[in-house]
Design a protein around this ligand. Sequence first.
Ligand code: BGC
Length: 247
Amino acid sequence: MRAIGIDVGGSGIKAAVVDLAAGDFAGERVRIDTPQPATPDAVVAAVRDLIAPFPRDLPVGVGFPSPVVDGITTTAAHVDSGWVGAPACDLFARGLGRPVTVLNDADAAGVAEARFGAARGRAGVVILLTLGTGIGSALLNDGVLVPNTELGHLQVRGRDAEHLAASAVREREGLSWGEWAARLSEVIGVVDSLFWPDLVLLGGGVSRKADKFIPLLDVRPPVMAASLRNRAGIVGAAAIAAGAARG
Ligand code: BGC
C-alpha cells in the first residue's frame, strides 16, 4: 500500500509517496518554500502544485502545525492567522479534488515513530518532541496516540517552551550545544513533572546531530533520538491517510 504524505511547516512544505510496508519514502521527496503569508488559499494552492507529479489515486495525508479537531485547524503559530478555525480538511479536499486527512504535524511524526521507528513495540508513555521552527509534541500510551497535545506551548520560566528551546531558537540566538541542551533540559523537566513519561524521543531535522546534545541533557526520563528524523511527519501523515482510506 502506498499513500502521499505532506508536511506543512512554517518555512517549507514537503511531500513524498510513502511505501507503508517499508515505512519509508517510495521515491524522491519534493519541497517548496511555504508561501508568505501562508494563508489557507496560498498553502492549498502550493500543496496542489507540489503533489501534481504524484499519482492521483493515492490517499493523501497532511500534517499541519496546529491542533486539528474534526478537520478544523484551531491555532496558527507558524502560519497565517486565517487558519484559526479554518475547515482545513474541506479546504484541502476541495483544492486537491480528492479526500484528504489532516492531522497535527507532530502527531503524524509520533504515529510514524510508533509504527516504524524508535517507539515501535514500546509499552508505557512515550512523548515525542519535534524540534524545528517550533516544538511539537505527540503523546503515546502503549503505542496509541492521544492527539493534539501542545507541549511546545507549556510555560517555562514565563515563556512558551518553543520560544525558549526550538531548534530555530538555537540557530537564531547562536546558542552552543551546551546552552541549548540546558534549555531543553528545563523544557523536558516541566514535561516530566506533568506526565512522568517512560521515554522521551526528540525528533526534527536536528535529531541527526543527537550526539551533540542528548548526552548533555540533565533530566530524569530516558531520552533518545527519534529514528525517522524529519521523514517522520510525512510517513505518519501517509500512514493515517491510508488507514482512513481503508475505512
Ligand atoms: C504548534 C503545534 C505544532 C508545532 C510544530 C507549534 O507551534 O502549536 O501544533 O505541532 O508547532 O510544528
